[in-house]
Design a protein around this ligand. Structure first.
Ligand SMILES: Cc1cc2nc3c(=O)[nH]c(=O)nc-3n(C[C@H](O)[C@H](O)[C@H](O)COP(=O)(O)OP(=O)(O)OC[C@H]3O[C@@H](n4cnc5c(N)ncnc54)[C@H](O)[C@@H]3O)c2cc1C
Length: 404
C-alpha cells in the first residue's frame, strides 16, 4: 500500500538523534515524516534504556566535540525552559584516573585549550569531599562544574514535541525494510506492504544502522551494555549522597578501563561499565541480566567505593554502536547524496544529539553546516585499513578500552 503523500524528507529512527533531526527539519519548514519501529520514546534503542545520561563540557575524547557541545547545551537549556520536569541537572562530573591516564590527560588538554573551569583534586581531597569514593594514592580527579546529567524521558519527549509542534508527523510501529531511489531521484521507503515517498532521507537507526546502510555495515560494532541501579550501601549514607557530595562520575579504574555512575534522587546509585560489552546485534541481543554482569561491576565498586553499593534495585541491558575509533560518523551516503545519516553513539552520543540533529538537517538542506563536520566523515574509516584508534584532531583520545 503506497502512501500518496510525497514528503520533503523522511527520518528513519526516532531515538535522540533522529528526533533532533526531525525537529530541525520541521523547524526549517520542511514537510517531514518520522518513522520508528516502536512508539517513541521507547527503551529498546540506545536512547531509551536507563533514565539518565551524563553531559559534560571538558570533553576528554577530543576537543573536536566542543562546537557540538556548545550548540547542544544551548538547545537542552532551550528545551528545558518552561518544562515542569527538569531535563538537565548540573550536579558536576567527577572524573578520576591516573595522572597520565587517557581520561585525565584528555580533560586537561581540552580544558587548557578552551579555558574551561575544571577543578583539580588529589586522592585525599576526593575522599574527603566525596565520601563514596576511595581512590588510592595514584589517582587524581577533575571536577567539571558545567557537567551533570540529562533525564532521558523528558529530553526525548521535548524533542518530539518540538518536531510535532513545528508540523512534523510521527509514525511508530513502522519497521523499515529498506529504501530505493527512482530514476527521478525520488526515494521510496519500504516497510512491509507499505511504502513512503520523499526527496530526502535521514537515517538514524542506532544499532540497526548496519541493516539499513550498507556502506556503514563493516564499520559498526554493536555491544551488549548492562546498566545497574543499586540501593545505597552502608557507606553511602545521606551525607555521602547529598547533591553537593555526589556528582556524576567517570573512573578510569585501570588503564583504559572505565566505570561511570550517577546519583539517583532522592536515594540510590546507578552505575555501569563503559564499553567491554559482548559483541551482539540489535535483533539478537540477550536482554536478560546475568549474575556475572552484576559480579563484574560489584568487583569494581568494592575495590574503589567499598560499602557504597547495597542491594540491586533493577538493571537494564542496552546497546552501544561503536565505530573503530570511538568517534561519530555524520555524513551523506557515498552513492546517494539525498541520504544523510549519523551513527552518533560509541557510548557518548546522547548529550550531543541536538548538534548532530542540526548537522543532519544542514546536510539534508544542502546548507552550510553549523558545526565543523570534517572530523566525522565516513571517509576517515574507509581511507585506509588501519583500524587502530586514530586522531580526529591533535591529541584525540579513544576510550573504547580493550574489548574483553
Ligand atoms: C547504557 C548506555 C549508557 C550511555 N550513557 C551515555 C551518557 O552518559 N552520555 C551520553 O552522551 N551518551 C550516552 N550513551 C550513548 C547514547 O545513549 C547514544 O549515543 C544515543 O542514544 C544514540 O541515539 P540514536 O538516536 O543514534 O540511537 P537509538 O536511540 O538506538 O535510536 C535508533 C532508533 O531507530 C529505530 N529503528 C531502528 N531500525 C529501524 C527500522 N528498521 N525501522 C524503523 N525504525 C528503526 C529504533 O527503534 C530506535 O528508536 C549511552 C548509551 C548506552 C546504551
Amino acid at each position: 500500500m503506497s502512501h500518496s503523500k510525497h514528503w520533503d524528507a523522511i527520518v528513519i529512527g526516532l531515538g535522540v538523534v533522529g528526533s533532533s533531526a526531525l525537529a530541525e527539519l520541521a523547524r526549517s519548514g520542511l514537510e517531514v515524516l518520522g518513522l520508528d519501529r516502536w512508539s517513541p520514546p521507547h527503551p529498546q534503542g540506545s536512547s531509551g534504556g536507563g533514565d539518565t545520561r551524563i553531559i559534560r563540557l571538558a570533553y576528554a575524547e577530543d576537543d573536536a566535540y566542543l562546537p557540538l557541545l556548545e550548540l547542544s547545551y544551548h538547545q537542552w537549556r532551550e528545551l528545558a525552559a518552561g518544562r515542569r520536569e527538569a531535563i538537565l541537572e548540573r550536579c558536576g562530573c567527577l572524573t578520576i584516573g591516573p595522572t597520565d591516564g587517557e581520561l585525565i590527560a584528555g580533560i586537561d588538554q581540552t580544558a587548557e585549550r578552551h579555558g574551561l573551569a575544571v577543578e583539580r583534586l588529589g586522592a585525599d581531597e576526593i575522599a574527603s569531599r566525596f565520601p563514596l569514593f576511595r581512590p588510592g594514592g595514584d589517582f587524581v580527579g577533575r571536577l567539571d562544574p558545567a557537567a551533570g546529567f540529562l533525564r532521558v524521558d523528558p529530553a526525548l519527549k521535548s524533542l518530539l514535541a518540538r518536531a510535532v509542534g513545528a508540523g512534523a508527523e510521527v509514525q511508530g510501529g513502522v519497521v523499515v525494510d529498506g529504501w530505493e531511489r527512482g530514476e527521478d531521484g525520488a526515494l521510496t521507503v519500504r516497510a512491509g506492504d507499505r511504502s513512503f515517498h520523499a526527496d530526502r532521507l535521514v537515517v538514524a537507526a542506532g544499532a540497526w544502522m548496519p541493516r539499513l546502510l550498507e556502506p556503514l555495515a563493516a564499520h559498526l560494532d554493536v555491544r551488549r551494555q548492562p546498566v545497574f541501579w543499586f540501593e545505597p550501601g552502608a557507606a553511602a549514607g545521606a551525607e555521602a549522597l547529598a547533591p553537593d557530595r555526589m556528582p556524576t562520575f567517570i573512573w578510569e579504574h585501570e588503564p583504559r578501563r572505565f566505570v561511570y555512575g550517577f546519583p539517583i534522587r532522592p536515594r540510590g546509585l546507578k552505575i555501569a561499565i563503559h564499553h567491554e560489552g559482548e559483541a551482539t546485534t540489535a535483533d539478537s541481543v540477550d536482554r536478560e541480566l546475568r549474575d556475572a554482569d552484576v559480579e563484574r561491576v560489584l568487583e569494581i565498586t568494592e575495590r574503589h567505593m567499598p560499602g557504597g553499593y547495597g542491594a540491586l534495585r533493577h538493571a537494564d541491558v542496552c546497546l552501544y554502536t561503536n565505530t573503530p575509533d570511538g568517534h561519530f560518523v555524520i555524513d551523506r551516503h557515498p552513492e546517494v547524496p539525498e541520504i544523510a545519516f549519523a551513527s552518533a553513539c560509541s557510548g557518548h552520543g546522547f548529550k550531543l544529539a541536538p548538534a548532530v540533529g542540526a548537522a543532519l538537517a544542514d546536510l539534508t538542506l544542502g546548507r552550510d553546516c553549523r558545526i565543523p563536520l570534517g572530523d566525522f566523515s565516513l571517509a576517515r574509516l574507509t581511507a585506509d585499513s588501519d583500524r587502530s584508534p586514530r586522531r580526529i584532531r591533535g591529541g584525540s583520545r579513544d576510550f573504547r578500552g580493550e574489548s574483553r
